[in-house]
Write a protein that binds this ligand. Structure first.
Ligand code: FE
Length: 311
């Protein structure tokens, strides 16, 4: 169709009616957002001459997406999570805030309430027999460059099948396996023992992968470890590190990889190192210091209130 009606008074009035702009009740912010979204949708339909077949396949797709519970997976796949981070980076630059350790996306698989340990924790319960032992450690520093004793390091990662506890379709993992909260010691130091995680992909039969297929894109992530790091008088840091050497480190479907978040992974095979951590054999070691940023006008403007799983 070549007709154009979007800019006519009839359509523009219709959009105001749809968004309830002439009604007293409701939420003004919701009205503002819905008015813009539906306006942009109408304009897209007109500009791209979206056919009814295409439109109704999109409606069916949204139902598929919701039925599979994958909206939180499609979001990073379409780069929206990354875009929100890019905006926060730009705002920080504008505010003159320096981030020592870069932020990156949270992803949808955090679970609140993990067991808390002082200084050091073992993350896994030895149930993943394919796991290669990992030791990760570092110091949490404040905006003034001094160590931050008592900083809280929340860490979570997948097993060697690429599944997270609480979201594992095999049902093999106990609650909070590979999820811990570590309180940095009096030198600001944290450490943990676990296994090296593996990367994972979108469910191959799911809604996210179906769309990625249409885009000619894969739906895989490199192996990575998630963190929330908090401390008094500092902003919360949401970040991840990638496992160095994973072939997808710079080809992540969720766009979470950033410079400064791929620390070297060093294989330790000598007896002294193995004994120092009380391990039985060779292990991989990652050293990763974390630098938090200062509050902005006394406020932590990094707190994101989003629905999260609780156990
Ligand atoms: Fe993840």
């Amino acid at each position: 169709m070549s007709v154009r009606i979007f800019d006519t008074p009839d359509v523009q009035d219709f959009l105001k009616t749809i968004a309830g702009l002439e009604m007293d009740g409701g939420n003004p912010r919701t009205k503002q957002i819905i008015h813009r979204i539906v306006s942009d949708l109408f304009k897209i339909i007109e500009d791209l001459d979206i056919t009814p077949d295409e439109y109704w396949s999109a409606v069916a797709y949204l139902n598929f997406l919701g039925a599979r519970g994958e909206a939180g997976l499609l979001s990073p796949g379409l780069g929206v999570d990354r875009f929100l981070d890019m905006r926060m980076d730009a705002q920080d630059a504008d505010d003159g805030v320096e981030n020592g350790t870069p932020r990156t996306i949270e992803g949808p698989l955090y679970v609140a309430g993990a067991p808390v340990f002082q200084g050091h924790a073992k993350l896994d319960d030895d149930s993943d027999k394919n796991g290669h032992p990992l030791v990760m450690q570092g110091t949490v520093y404040g905006a003034d460059g001094q160590p931050l004793p008592g900083a809280q390091v929340e860490v979570w990662h997948a097993n060697t099948k690429g599944f997270y506890s609480h979201f594992d379709p095999t049902g093999e993992q106990a609650p909070f396996n590979m999820r811990r909260t570590i309180i940095a010691d009096d030198k600001g130091h944290y450490s943990f023992e676990s296994i090296v995680p593996k990367g994972y992909g979108c469910p191959p039969d799911g809604a996210t992968q179906a769309l990625l297929n249409q885009l000619g894109r894969h739906g895989n992530r490199p192996a990575h470890i998630h963190f929330f790091v908090t401390a008094d008088d500092h902003r919360k840091l949401t970040t991840q590190i990638n496992i160095d050497g994973d072939p997808l480190v710079y080809d992540d479907f969720a766009y979470a990889t950033r410079d400064g978040l791929v620390p070297p992974l060093v294989e330790r095979t000598d007896a002294d190192s193995i004994a120092a951590w009380g391990l039985k054999g060779p292990f991989a070691e990652i050293v990763f210091d974390i630098h938090l940023s200062e509050l902005v006008n006394g406020i932590d403007n990094q707190i994101v209130d989003r629905p999260r799983a609780t156990a």
